[in-house]
Design a protein around this ligand. Sequence first.
Ligand code: SF4
Length: 476
Amino acid sequence: MSATFVGMPVFPVAARQALANDQLRRNLAHATGTIRAKRAQVVAEVADWEELRQAGADIKDHALATLADQLELLEQRLTDAGAVVHWARDAEQACRIVGDIAVGHGADEVVKVKSMVTQEIGLNEALGARGIAAWETDLAELIVQLGDDLPSHILVPAIHRNRTEIRDIFAEKMAAAGRPAPADLTDDPARLAEAARLHLREKFLRAKVAVSGANFAVAETGTLVVVESEGNGRMCLTLPEVLVSVVGIEKVVPTWADLDVFLRLLPRSSTGERMNPYTSTWTGVTPGDGPQQVHVVLLDNGRTRALADQVGRQALRCIRCSACLNVCPVYERTGGHAYGSVYPGPIGAILNPLLRGPGTDAQTDSLPFASSLCGACYEVCPVKIDIPSVLVDLRAQVVDAHRGGRPKPEALAMRGAATAFTSSRRLGLLERLTRVGLAAARRLPVARAWTGSRDLPAAPRESFRAWWRRTNAGAR
Ligand code: SF4
């Protein structure tokens, strides 16, 4: 995949470009509307949904409050089960670790389970730079990869493509990546799925190394969990000799009982299903069964930074269900590319600034403002992340980060008002100067621009306080 989010314009610019694409808006409205309706239907079936949401939030908060202990326990259990645990501070370290493992096994290709975190760290590009091809095996990710495209949705990365576009991509690009698409390929979904299945099967059978993420990591047993719909993940997790799992440190849950809550919340919130089709769990190495070398890369990459943010740390509860994207009126119109990150939509608008830090770059700083603050994201979030409150707090942080030594005109005006209002004498002087000052201000070019479409009220002949004094405290 040669496309990259690096260098994307700020959200308002990217959004304007996306809004001009009618086909994109039609695809998005259809796809988000369908998933939204399915989710609403299956969530309504669960009588204790609100209690389940609260339980999910509480478990994640407990895991985050005891993160150091949970991670040490996870590392111990993984090591006991024969896995090799690596710690990565940032994207560069994580990519280097994965690349070294692949090179160490003489691999020039890896097969990948759909994983947000490996996209976050730019793993495919880093492996490509070392001569290792990284093949996406999730159908939507395959479409994105073959189309030299970028993912635009957490769960449905090719949501911006319709099936005719997918047929064209398969017909044009599959041959260069392996088994070509059938010559008579149509846009029938079953034919498209069959073409992808045949294309991927030879890669599954050939690859020595697989790379995955994990939806959850159970500390008490050292078990990693991948939740998926197509079975491609199960193939990657079981066929190759070596498995490398890159796991964000916030994915840890303390116990199997905790995992139960998330396995009920996630499918209904994401695909609108009662259960997801494939849930794979593995605990280190099982002799004679599955990969005989298991590596786990525990990744920070800004997560401890986000954890230190008292308002924003709740974003680390996120289980990447994408329900917030599907209800967001902004996302529905712009799609995911406008957010300039693998994490789009409402969660992306808070997670990216939290991971990178406000004030880092203009694109990241534009994200907390990419919201109408309607609150729909909070209402559907299965782990009750109060996204609107985090957005408001991040907006303040972005403004603060840009104050520097040069205060803006509004800040100067507010400072002047504060000085005047804290002294009766100064306020009296200001009142006397107001009439003269307003008359002079009207002549300034900046004021003329402002009053071009607005009325500037005339100053009263006499201030309230002067009137009060003159009339003996208002008595007539
Ligand atoms: S913020 Fe909530 S709704 Fe959005 S992806 Fe994360 S868990 Fe799902």
